[in-house]
Every structure is written in C-alpha cells, then in structure tokens.
Design a protein around this ligand. Structure first.
Ligand code: SF4
Length: 260
C-alpha cells in the first residue's frame, strides 16, 4: 500500500502520553475548522468555528471504512476517535466504533469533552469503546465558562451528571482528564471531590505544555494539585513517558494533534 495516498479522516500514529502510540480517526472532519460545543482557552485546534451541540453525520461510515481499509501497516496501541472537534457530535460514532471492534483493530479510545453525555444515545454509541477519556476542567459554572467557554445553554451540572450516568453503565475503562491552568487550579480540591463521586478508573492531570492560549503550570504546581487527589489513581503529564513513533499518515495533523 502506498504511503503517499492522501488521507482525510485518519492521522498518525502519534505518540501520546496517555495512550502510548495512537492512530487517530476524526469523525467530525469538515475541512473548515473545529466543530465543538466548547471553545477551551487551551485548545490547540484554534477558535471554535462551529459552536454546536447538534449531532449529525459529518462523514459517512463507508468513507471512513474505505480509508481505514487502505491504510499501510501501522503499529498502534489504540485507534483513537478524536480530531478537530468533538467526536460525539458525529451521529454515526457508535457505528464506526462497532465496525472497528468487529474488525478487531487495535483497542479503541475516544477523547471527548463529555458535553453531550446527558444524551442516552451518545452514551449508547460509546459502549463498545475500550477506553473513554472524558474532560472535566471545572467544579463551578463560573470556571466552566472561563476555561471551556461552553455553548450558552450548556450547564456544568448536567455534564457532570451525564459522566456519572455513563460510568454506571460503561463496561470499558473511563478516564477523567483534567487540564489545570492558573484559571482553575484553585478548584483542585473541589474537582477531586467530584472525581471521587464519578469514580473513574483513573485520572489524567494535564496542563497545556504545547503552545496554546492557555499557560502551563509548573511541575511543582502540578505536584501540589496531585496531592488533592490522594487515594485516586492519578497520572500527570509530567510523570508520563512518551513512546517514539514515526508518523506515517500526515493529513492535516497540525490542526488536530494534542488539542486535548
Ligand atoms: S480542547 Fe477539545 S473540547 Fe476544548 S474546544 Fe478544543 S476540541 Fe473542543
């Protein structure tokens, strides 16, 4: 298979501190920038162009299947549904995950902001994933608005309740990812309390170490934050070791990588 073929919806594999080697599939690709219900201050995919909670079929499952089938041999720990936007906005996400699962591709991960977890169809669509990494960066509505800049009608309480409901029915692993910056570090204790209520399999503590509109906290600040999560299984971006990998499928990788 030629590596010169151009890919639209697949990128990587990339080295990820959370997933090892990850091959990305973007189910909300539009070619016109990010589609998301949030506009996080640290987002690496630029400003949100299409602010929405409206689910739709951005790309047909057939088109994604065709790209996956035409891949050169790729070694990866996970196939990750992520990209330039929020993957659960894709109405066919469940269909794509089921197909990957049936074909016994690598383990399947989904990186999500959990904004739509109050929707039972979204939770159902994720049930075949091996790992779901859900974002939670705020313990109060005020900080939610500052850090995640959600679409006007989204409420943090509803998002948290959605994650709790999801955890109760999900058979795979749930990780909670928290991005800490100066705007939310004072909420570390409150976030740890919510995390204990959600009871995820583990917690990933992050800070924007790549260039973005958000400023990274120092290793010492992250160490202090970690202490608030005592008793929970926690890994932080400063503890993690990254694997080396040669990216084969470039597509518009710069726009997509590391946005979470
Ligand atoms: S970081 Fe993720 S959730 Fe936040 S705006 Fe970017 S794509 Fe959306």
């Amino acid at each position: 298979m030629s590596e010169k073929k151009s890919y639209k919806f697949i990128y990587g594999p990339v080295s990820s501190w959370r997933l090892g080697i990850s091959l990305g599939i973007d189910p909300v690709y539009t070619g016109k920038g990010k589609v998301c219900p949030f506009d996080c201050i640290y987002c690496q995919a630029g400003k949100t162009r299409r602010y929405t909670c409206q689910r739709k079929r951005f790309i047909t499952t057939d088109k994604i299947v065709r790209e996956v089938r035409s891949l050169p041999p790729v070694r990866a720990d996970y196939v990750t549904l992520s990209g330039a936007g929020e993957p659960t906005l894709a109405r066919n996400l469940g269909e794509i995950i089921s197909w990957l699962k049936k074909k016994k591709y690598e383990k399947i991960a989904v990186l999500t902001n959990a904004a739509l977890f109050s929707n039972a169809l979204v939770r159902k669509g994720l049930r075949d994933a091996n790992l779901v990494i859900a974002k939670l960066d705020a313990a109060s509505e005020e900080v939610f608005k500052i850090v995640n800049k959600p679409a006007g009608y989204l409420r943090l309480k509803k998002v948290i309740n959605g994650i709790k409901k999801f955890k109760k029915s999900f058979k795979g692993k749930l990780a909670l990812q928290i991005m800490f910056l100066k705007e939310n570090k004072h909420e570390a204790r409150a976030l740890a309390k919510i995390a204990r209520e959600i009871n995820p399999d583990f917690i990933q503590i992050n800070t924007p170490t790549r260039p973005s509109r958000g400023m990274a906290l120092s290793p010492d600040e992250i160490k202090k934050i970690k202490k608030e999560f005592k008793g929970l299984k926690v890994v932080s971006v400063y503890d993690a070791k990254k694997k080396k990998v040669k990216t084969k499928i470039k597509s518009n990788l710069a726009e997509r990588r590391g946005k979470r």
